[in-house]
Design a protein around this ligand. Sequence first.
Ligand SMILES: Nc1ncnc2c1ncn2[C@@H]1O[C@H](COP(=O)(O)OP(=O)(O)OP(=O)(O)O)[C@@H](O)[C@H]1O
Ligand SMILES: [Mg+2]
Length: 455
Amino acid sequence: MSTILVIDDKDSMREMLTASLTSEGYDVEVAGSGDVGIARSKEKHFDVILTDLKMPDISGMEVLTQVKEHDPETAVIVMTAYGTIETAVEAMKRGAFDFLQKPFDIDHLQMLVERALENQRLVAENLLLREELAQSLGFSEIIGASEKMVDVSRLVQKVSPSDTAVLLTGESGTGKELFARAIHSLSGRKNKPYITINCAAIPGELLENELFGSERGAFTSSHARKMGKFEIADGGTVFLDEIGDLEFSLQAKLLRVLQEHSFERLGGNKPIEVDVRVIAATNQNLQEAIGKQKFREDLFYRLSVFPIHIPPLRERQDDIVPLANHFVEKYSRRMKKGEKSLSREAIVILERYHWPGNVRELENTIERSIILTEGKKIKPEHLAIRLPSSEDIRLREGAGLREVGQYAQAQAERGMIVRVLGQTHGNKRKTAEILKIDYTTLFEKIKKYTIDGNS
Ligand SMILES: Nc1ncnc2c1ncn2[C@@H]1O[C@H](COP(=O)(O)OP(=O)(O)OP(=O)(O)O)[C@@H](O)[C@H]1O
Ligand SMILES: [Mg+2]
């Protein structure tokens, strides 16, 4: 039954509304003041709250604001006898579902309530539909606006429907696991098992047992027959994570599965036929491992029929902000902390940082910042990122001359602007004159370098 809370200081009004709404089959509660109403709405969720605007203690506008803060799904309808059109507009701006001008006829009120409820049902349905779609695609959670990621997505879409072996390479935290799952979800095997095996986490002989299973008595400890992951995954996909760590002896056995689609359990001699697609991932350089005779070249060619490289986050600057916004939304929703967004200053820092831990590090940074942020805006101090000094940059592996140059220029410009702003006591027009740049350029640089009045 839909629940409605009526807040009005007039007894006669509360009684009239209760009677007519109850007769329509709603579950109605009343409160004689804004205070009581707000308190009640914190204890219990109401589908609709009907509140008078002008009340002696707390106004209907305040009720609206507070309810929207702790229970944004509730539809609030504001009733007013004194209402000018401005108050009504203000109420709508603050998130009221609608307003009612007194005296109103009860049919009109009931129509509004019904519409509010219908609206909630639609929103819930849409959400469900979207979630189902996201799950079936396995893709909508992947954010990638940069050109490089669009290329990666294109490759993924192309290779997914086939049975081709895919090798995903990329630094730690770039999203290899996410893409492996997406490939499975986009393939004809999506309703069959998807089994992950982390080759680095399990030592040699145990791993063999995990992968291929064993017959009774194969080990002194094995009392029962054990099915291997390859058997369990029959018809589906096996994801071999950290393939670079697979023991040399097991590499030969894996190669055979890939070539012949069959294998034997430990201690068994009957070949078992399986139909699995293999996706492998590594953050190591397999070519180098081949050179050092740590990885079999023939296995490498089998696995990397279709290689996909996921570039590190620092090489796709355009993804940083969309990813950050995605995680802000994800974690504020998950932690029920209300709507939050990144301040301009925070965005500048996120864009400037070089993200050695890639998307995982960005995700962790945002998750932590949501815990720390009390207000609506995430500020630099919530991010706990230490931007590297120019020295760090120079020492950092792979930093190009161009990057060092840009950084040095930024540092020099910032220092100069801060100094001249100091001399002119913060007069931006004078500062721009002295620095021989126009006012808007100065303004942009101040924003870019996050210079505040106290620097
Ligand atoms: N493009 C993306 N869009 C949304 N989330 C992403 C994206 N890329 C990575 N992530 C998220 O970042 C985290 C790290 O990704 P993932 O575990 O797939 O990385 P990985 O490459 O397998 O790392 P490792 O080599 O350390 O195992 C995950 O929580 C993942 O959901
Ligand atoms: Mg991984």
